[in-house]
Design a protein around this ligand. Structure first.
Ligand SMILES: Nc1nc2c(ncn2[C@@H]2O[C@H](COP(=O)(O)OP(=O)(O)OP(=O)(O)O)[C@@H](O)[C@H]2O)c(=O)[nH]1
Ligand SMILES: [Mg+2]
Length: 581
């Protein structure tokens, strides 16, 4: 199926032409039929002679209903521009065509209606020329007359050609269905309709609506139930989990995780503005319309602050409308999570970045380089492709080159920290993370390289030394333990050697001493030596026998025995004797 939207001045015969083409009545409201005036969007469809199905979104031409017109054409890729032969190019013809141009619509057809009332040739020529200057370019034109049926088959044929040339949307793309109608159906609950511009919806899908999950109970397309519908398509979804009062035109149903909601975006205008930009405007995208504050950066680059968040992506074409001046501007979204602009000259620099950046892989690389680190799912939800050379680490994406750059800074951080805190083995991981401005402790491991290592939640020099005075005192203790491995220095001796709790802890962390118990320090390897001596003792043995085997005091033997029990070297029996395991 393809979808096309009408455009044109009030009373120029849009709805009549849709009726002639499809045999369906696009004006849904009694009031519209009574007044002969389209107020809201109408929907009709037909099967063309080739078998191709086309759905038409019929828009109102009256200037008061431009908002409805915008909601209708927003997600639609092609336009049927209608101009009456007896009236010619008029105010809303110009306004609607400006809208299509601002939206960047590239596929269109011109129908000059009421050919029974006036010679269509001059209007055909004039409208074709005016359209040629827009995004639609060379547009084929057909003269038609509803009462006589003249030109309708030719229009259908031209429509075939136009639709055959439309680019095929990706059926696997995430869904962002802009709702254009929401209504209750007795027994079925809530139904919404919209133009599906990309992706596929199926019964049983779960979609997000303003942050909450809703279930798709059923899908209809062109009035019939279907299992699934793929873009481009007009769809009606029967929703579970949402009341009709909670829905309105402009809401979007989204594939979970594929979009992020944003209230601030940086855009580049499709054309550099001739006049000063308005300070306030209305942003239109899909079927949504949201007031925005406009902050010109420089040239065509503009920052927009939205009155409410929208699920926008990089690469979206949005329309800015200045209702006072009847002016519309097209703009391309280039950043949906833009940086704060605080420094002098920041706006100018930002404009230069935005101007020089496309929305494809090169733009993605530039954006990632500025963000340095970002969650991968967040980055893709912004609308960026993941650059090939980005570094993936768990859920994170790092700019290429960042890991090397940060790794070069770590030794300096560790050295500075060790100088300030000589008895600590190195800075805590969280501190390094902060210094390097990384979002998660887990990422620190990526930038720690030998001879540095992560140990006990700190970044340490793998072979760390102690301050010289402490090292000398520890050396003296170790020299004594080398001669008598169980002669742990007592409190008096430790105090004399200026080995306080912090110094001793540092020596333990550095692997130079082993802490057996509070105040009892021995040399590494003591476990093996204690075990070797116990091998010579008959099993099981008493604490007193062990103490003699080790040649030490009870002060050392009692905690050493318990330490060996705890480490599974010895086993305590019910009668309080031990044996080696
Ligand atoms: N003679 C003649 N009258 C036409 C033709 N097409 C439309 N009309 C008449 O023009 C009037 C307006 O037609 P609509 O189809 O309602 O016009 P519209 O463009 O849909 O108007 P809005 O939706 O209000 O913008 C109606 O009275 C139609 O009968 C035509 O080809 N020839
Ligand atoms: Mg109409």
């Amino acid at each position: 199926m393809e979808v096309i939207a009408t455009a044109g001045h009030v009373d120029h015969g849009k709805s009549t032409l849709v009726r002639a083409l499809t045999g369906m009545e696009p004006d849904r409201w009694e009031e519209e039929r009574r007044r002969g005036l389209t107020i809201d969007l109408g929907f009709a469809w037909t099967t063309l002679p080739s078998g191709r199905v086309v759905a038409v979104v019929d828009v109102p031409g009256h200037e008061r209903f431009v908002g409805n017109m915008l909601a209708g054409v927003g997600p639609v890729p092609a336009a049927l521009v209608v101009v009456a032969a007896d009236d010619g190019w008029s105010a809303q013809t110009a306004e609607h065509v400006a809208v299509l141009d601002a939206l960047g619509v590239r596929h269109a057809l011109l129908a000059v209606t009421k050919a029974d009332l006036a010679d269509p040739a001059p209007v055909l020529a004039d409208a074709t020329e005016r359209l040629a200057a827009t995004s639609m370019g060379a547009v084929p034109g057909v003269a038609v007359s509803a009462p006589t049926g003249r030109g309708v088959p030719e229009l259908a044929a031209a429509l075939e050609t136009l639709l055959a040339g439309l680019p095929a949307p990706d059926p696997a793309a995430p869904v962002r269905l802009w709702i254009d109608r929401a209504f209750p159906i007795r027994g079925a609950g809530t139904v919404v309709t919209g133009t599906l511009a990309a992706g596929t919806v199926a019964a049983g899908d779960r979609l997000l609506l303003g942050g909450r999950e809703v279930g798709v109970r059923g899908v209809q397309s062109l009035g019939r139930p279907v299992d699934r519908a793929s873009a481009t398509a007009r769809v009606a979804l029967n929703l579970r989990g949402v009341a009709v009062e909670d829905l309105s035109r402009g809401d979007a149903l989204l594939t979970p995780g594929a979009f992020r909601s944003t209230a601030e975006v940086d855009v580049v205008l499709a054309r550099e503005p001739e006049d000063q930009l308005p300070a306030e405007a209305v942003l239109h995208v899909g079927s949504a319309a949201v007031p925005v504050r406009v902050r010109p950066l420089e040239g065509a680059a503009v920052r927009l602050r939205l009155a409410g968040p929208l699920p926008l992506r990089v690469g979206d074409r949005v329309l800015l409308r200045d209702p006072g001046a009847r002016r519309v501007l097209g703009a391309d979204v280039r950043d949906v999570a833009p940086p704060e602009l605080r420094r002098r000259g920041a706006a100018r620099q930002r404009a230069a970045e935005l101007d020089g950046q496309d929305t494809g892989p090169a733009g993605a690389a530039a954006d990632l380089a500025r963000r340095r680190v970002v969650r991968a799912d967040d980055f893709t939800a912004m609308g960026w492709p993941v650059p090939d050379d980005a570094v993936r680490a768990g859920p994170w994406l790092l700019a290429p080159g960042l890991v090397d750059e940060l790794a070069r800074r770590v030794p300096g951080l560790v050295a500075a920290h060790r100088q300030a805190h000589p008895l600590e083995p190195g800075p805590p991981v969280a501190l390094v993370r902060r210094e390097l401005d990384l979002p998660a402790d887990d990422l620190v491991g990526l930038v720690v390289r030998t001879p540095l290592a992560l140990r006990g939640g700190r970044v340490v020099v793998a072979a760390a030394g102690l301050p010289p005075a402490v090292q000398r005192a520890v050396d003296a203790v170790r020299a004594r333990l080398a001669g008598n491995p169980f002669a742990a220095p007592d409190a008096e001796e430790l105090r004399a050697a200026r080995l306080g709790p912090r110094e001793l802890a540092a020596a333990v962390r550095d692997g130079q001493l082993v802490r057996v118990a509070e105040g009892v320090y021995l040399a590494p390897g003591v476990e093996e030596q204690a075990r070797a001596r116990l091998l010579a003792v008959p099993q099981p043995f008493t604490l007193s026998q062990a103490r003699s085997a080790w040649g030490t005091s009870r002060r050392v033997a009692v905690p050493l025995m318990e330490w060996l029990d705890a480490r599974g070297v010895t086993e305590k029996l019910p009668d309080a004797t031990r044996r080696l395991r």
